[in-house]
Design a protein around this ligand. Structure first.
Ligand SMILES: Cc1ncc(COP(=O)(O)O)c(C=O)c1O
Length: 425
């Protein structure tokens, strides 16, 4: 039985080799490889050049430390590309993330910016991995950090950043309500951090996929109020994450957000230590990796305007449900010599369903796709670098751990530069 499956003309390696005989580039090889697997699963296509460029641009645009928020996508290929682009600081949220980063990049710096941490994790992060930056939003957490670091700790070498509560509604994905101390409480914690001899910081998160640079202005104004009340100098101002990836093209560049932050910091005249300005930090996740990955997923069934895919909300596609139908999608059809993009024949609105039995596993969209799409085709969903593989589960037995490194530009970048040159012609 096994042999006859392996030898099936549709799924054997010789077929894959034959399909790739015609000079396929790394993208086409990855697609063909996905289509010829006997047990098809979704595949993550990692565009290393895109990730490296995004990292290099962010590091050169931001006048401080750029901390990549590891939670957003922790695949080693992604992390390596960011490192190659110049990222040397990482925002980590668990001891496993600390271990991952220290193992891959021993010369990098981890900042443990989760405001609520287990005591053992603080202890191991500090004593075994040299972590000296932590976030907090409660005095109990300060006691926990004190205890974990121990009486002999050099507190003057440790920076504690108080996470400040943000107003609602500043970003597509609101993060208010879980972390962040209101102004008065944040000021009391900050004063206590300074009184106990630590370096001081303030941090916030405006919410993920924040498309309004003014949200950072408001956040910094709130931080300035905290500092005025606390009456202590600040060593660090950390503007957190939230920077958008360019999904629609209307988000504005990272540089616009950097300008809003730097202009506000200098206008508000934050008091630094010994006449020095506070060090600036930011923690982009989505903004660094959003464009650097695609997901290839198979259409297991078309039923009218519904497509049942082999990936979904419990896999890599939760952002399609919770953020919206922003993501570029190309439909691909297997052929006897490889595959071809499905074009022509008009388009239609679809909703997408994932492979599990759970009705939550649906993305209403609507997603505009070629009307010709049918059972057995594949979709390549672009700009899926943020919170895709990071969120996936093994629910109902569905899980994909397949990654392919792809060089060059993704399909949506090629088609938008072709559009631009057509417009220019
Ligand atoms: C503390 C912290 N920093 C940074 C980020 C990254 O956010 P984003 O991906 O929106 O840039 C997150 C995401 O939840 C976070 O919790």
């Amino acid at each position: 039985m096994r042999d006859s499956l392996r030898d099936s003309p549709h799924f054997s390696d010789p077929v894959f080799e034959a399909w790739c005989a015609h000079d396929a580039d790394s993208h086409d090889r990855a697609v063909i490889r996905a289509m010829t697997r006997r047990r098809e699963t979704p595949v993550h296509l990692v565009y290393g050049d895109v990730l490296k460029d995004a990292a290099a641009r962010a590091v050169s645009a931001f006048p401080g430390d750029v901390l990549y928020a590891v939670k957003c996508n922790d695949h080693p290929m992604v992390l390596r590309a960011l490192y190659d682009g110049g990222v040397r600081h990482f925002d980590v949220a668990s001891i496993r993330e600390v271990e991952l980063i220290r193992g891959l990049f021993p010369d990098s710096t981890c900042h443990y910016m989760h405001p609520v941490k287990p005591g053992f994790a603080i202890e191991e992060a500090h004593h075994m991995h040299g972590v000296t930056a932590f976030a907090l939003d409660d005095l109990d957490e300060l006691d926990k950090i004190d205890a974990a670091l121990g009486e002999d700790a050099d507190k003057g070498a440790v920076m504690l950043a108080v996470r400040v509560e943000m107003p609602r509604g500043q970003a597509a994905m609101d993060l208010t309500g879980k972390f962040g101390a209101p102004v008065q409480k944040a000021a009391a914690i900050l004063a206590e951090v300074a009184a106990r001899g630590y370096q001081t910081g303030l941090t916030f998160h405006v919410g993920s996929y924040c498309t309004n640079p003014r949200a950072y202005v408001t956040a910094l104004e709130i931080c300035r109020r905290v500092q005025r009340l606390a009456r202590v100098p600040l060593d660090v101002i950390d503007a957190g994450g939230g920077f958008p990836a360019s999904y629609t093209g209307n988000e504005g560049p990272f540089a616009a957000y950097v300008t809003a932050i730097t202009e506000t910091v200098s206008r508000l005249n934050f008091l630094g230590r010994d006449g020095r300005a506070p060090v600036l930090r930011c923690e982009p996740g989505r903004g660094l990796v959003g464009l650097g990955q695609s997901i290839l997923t198979k259409v297991d069934l078309r039923r009218g305007g519904d497509l049942f895919l082999n990936d979904g909300v419990f896999g890599g596609l939760s952002e399609l449900k919770y953020l919206g139908p922003y993501f570029p999608i190309q439909a691909l059809r297997p052929t006897s010599v490889g595959f071809e993009p499905i074009t022509g024949g008009g388009s239609a609105d679809f909703q997408l369903f994932g492979p599990t039995c759970d009705s939550v596993d649906s993305c209403p969209g609507p997603f505009r796709l070629p009307d010709a799409v049918r059972t057995g085709d594949w979709l390549e969903i672009g700009k899926m670098g943020a919170y895709s593989n990071a969120y996936r589960t093994e629910f109902n037995g569905f899980h994909s751990d397949l990654y392919s490194a792809v060089s060059g530009q993704p399909f949506w970048a090629k088609s938008s530069s072709a559009d631009a040159s057509r417009r220019a012609a």
